[in-house]
Ligand binder design. Structure first.
Ligand SMILES: NC(=O)c1ccc[n+]([C@@H]2O[C@H](COP(=O)([O-])OP(=O)(O)OC[C@H]3O[C@@H](n4cnc5c(N)ncnc54)[C@H](O)[C@@H]3O)[C@@H](O)[C@H]2O)c1
Length: 312
């Protein structure tokens, strides 16, 4: 029998790459998405190969239907914006905590074997250790970060009380084709590429010496597939990152090169911006066999080409 998966948030940036990879590997795939930040454009190339349910992860009726015969859940759907979570914490908690509770409850009822949960490096907050390991102290600084920490706890509890196996993937900064470049809170790479394609200046907030750990989205999809086959331990947390620190200045220069020298300008930095962020990928390498294979230069080119195609 083929493996049946439910990908919540499968019309989103990361979710759509997971769906694509699962299909390539012969899985049968259902997607549940309310299209609040995702788009049908992200799944247009394989729309006819999946079962698509448009609805909310908080809706028990739709979850009962979506989880029928499902063995593995890739739970990607979320209220994703840190700044917006400060403005509307109730909605953030409702989607990220309430939705995860409902998924856990109905997954148990339906006999799901495995849940893979999209968590975030935001749970480490301003922990200054470099690189960050999974057992380092958590210091969430926003409703979004607290909601991800709570999601991890809810799934830990269910993994202890039932036979459901859980892998938590703490994504660091993910980038790549299909990432949304619009809006005030867009992720830095998609924003830089989008601005430079429009011949707008690349704007760096602060000195640009801040560093982040960037991971290409296809590597993240692969990490999810590896986690789906990980049953050694009931509940395990993995950083999904590259373990390479890249400064925002370096990133801006690379993007500017791709667009024949779009100008880089500096504005005031964000309040409380984290100066350095880098994760240790060792545990995912050792236990999952995960390798972040796409280096930043190559990943930027692939992303740039995808954004250019989308514009044409
Ligand atoms: N992109 C990153 O760098 C990053 C970093 C850390 C963690 N994450 C996590 O990875 C996951 C995927 O993020 P992404 O970057 O692909 O964002 P995205 O916005 O592209 O994907 C999220 C998807 O979930 C859907 N969704 C949102 N609320 C929903 C609800 N209530 N019911 C059903 N569907 C809903 C959206 O429509 C969207 O398609 C999220 O859980 C996010 O918190 C992302």
């Amino acid at each position: 029998m083929t493996n049946k998966a439910l990908v919540t948030g499968g019309c989103g940036f990361i979710g759509s790459h997971i769906v694509e990879l699962l299909l390539k590997n012969g899985w049968s795939v259902s997607v549940l998405d309310n299209l609040s930040s995702g788009s049908l454009k992200n799944i247009k190339d394989f729309r006819s190969d999946i079962e698509l349910l448009i609805g909310d992860v908080r809706d028990e009726e739709i979850l009962n239907n979506a989880l029928k015969d499902v063995k593995t859940v890739f739970h990607q759907a979320a209220f994703i914006s840190v700044p917006k979570s400060e403005l509307d914490p109730a909605e953030c908690y409702d989607v990220n905590i309430g939705g995860t509770i409902k998924i856990a409850k109905i997954a148990y009822k339906k006999g799901v074997e495995k849940i893979i949960f999209a968590s975030s490096c935001a749970v480490y907050g301003d922990n200054k250790k470099i690189p960050l390991s999974e057992n380092d102290a958590l210091n969430p600084l926003s409703p979004y970060a607290y909601s991800k920490m709570a999601g991890e706890a809810i799934l830990k509890e269910i993994s202890q009380k039932t036979k459901i196996n859980v892998s938590v993937l703490r994504y660091f900064n993910i980038y790549g084709p299909r990432q949304n470049p619009n809006g005030r809170y867009a992720a830095v790479i998609s924003k830089f590429i989008n601005d430079s394609l429009k011949r707008k200046k690349i704007t760096i907030e602060g000195s640009g010496e801040q560093t982040r750990d960037f991971t290409f989205v296809k590597d993240v999809a692969n990490a999810n597939l590896l986690a789906a086959n990980f049953f050694q331990r009931n509940y395990e947390i993995f950083n999904i990152c590259s373990s390479i620190e890249t400064s925002i200045n370096c990133l801006a220069k690379e993007v500017s090169k791709l667009t024949n020298g779009v100008e880089i300008v500096y504005v005031n930095g964000r309040k409380n911006d984290i100066q350095r962020s880098c994760g240790s990928v060792k545990k995912a390498q050792d236990l999952l066999g995960f390798e972040p294979s796409v280096k930043i230069g190559e990943g930027l080119k692939l992303t740039f080409n995808n954004f250019k195609e989308r514009e044409e």
